[in-house]
Design a protein around this ligand. Structure first.
Ligand code: HEM
Length: 140
């Protein structure tokens, strides 16, 4: 475990992986919304693939976050929220992907319910990124 922690700290793996999570999820939702509006099958497939990639990478993002935890993050309210919100998002993403995958198998465009949940997810992701970034850049 200590070797893994040293690896994550040396490579700054968490700040690298967050970019994939932060890009792929909004990109997927945007593609799906545009696909529904334009009735475009290629954009719909893009939405599904992007969410699949996000679902694979986000648990790694969260795991790298746990290993990246530093002493000065302890007792900081924003970082406590960041820790548990990030962990929850990584788990809930499986649920979002499951519902997206069902639509994919039925070859349907996303419905309004999915879009509403996905937008809430993206908003939570923005809060998550803001909290992490605030902690990193406040100490610079
Ligand atoms: C969806 C999952 C997550 C996202 C999108 C995310 C996002 C971010 C972002 C954008 C930063 C700033 C990185 C930089 O520019 O240097 C950051 C920093 C950080 N995150 Fe996360 N994070 C996630 C999950 C987690 C989890 C689960 C933990 C810990 C349990 C965690 C711990 C940290 C730590 C320790 C830092 C560095 C704070 C410092 O500089 O002291 N993150 N995160």
């Amino acid at each position: 475990m200590e070797i893994l922690r040293q690896f994550v700290n040396a490579t700054k793996l968490h700040p690298i992986l967050v970019n994939f999570t932060a890009a792929l999820i909004p990109f997927s939702v945007f593609s799906d919304c545009l696909a529904k509006y334009k009735k475009n099958i290629f954009l719909r497939e893009t939405g599904w693939w992007a969410l699949l990639c996000a679902t694979v990478v986000t648990p790694l993002t969260a795991a790298a976050g746990w290993l990246f935890w530093m002493k000065d993050d302890n007792g900081v309210l924003g970082m406590t929220i960041h820790k548990w919100l990030g962990t929850s998002l990584a788990i809930l993403l499986f649920g979002l992907f499951y519902s997206r995958h069902r639509l994919h198998r039925q070859q349907k465009f996303v419905n309004s319910f999915y879009i509403a949940i996905a937008i809430i997810f993206v908003l939570a992701l923005i809060v998550q990124g803001h909290l992490g970034g605030s902690q990193t850049y406040s100490s610079m």
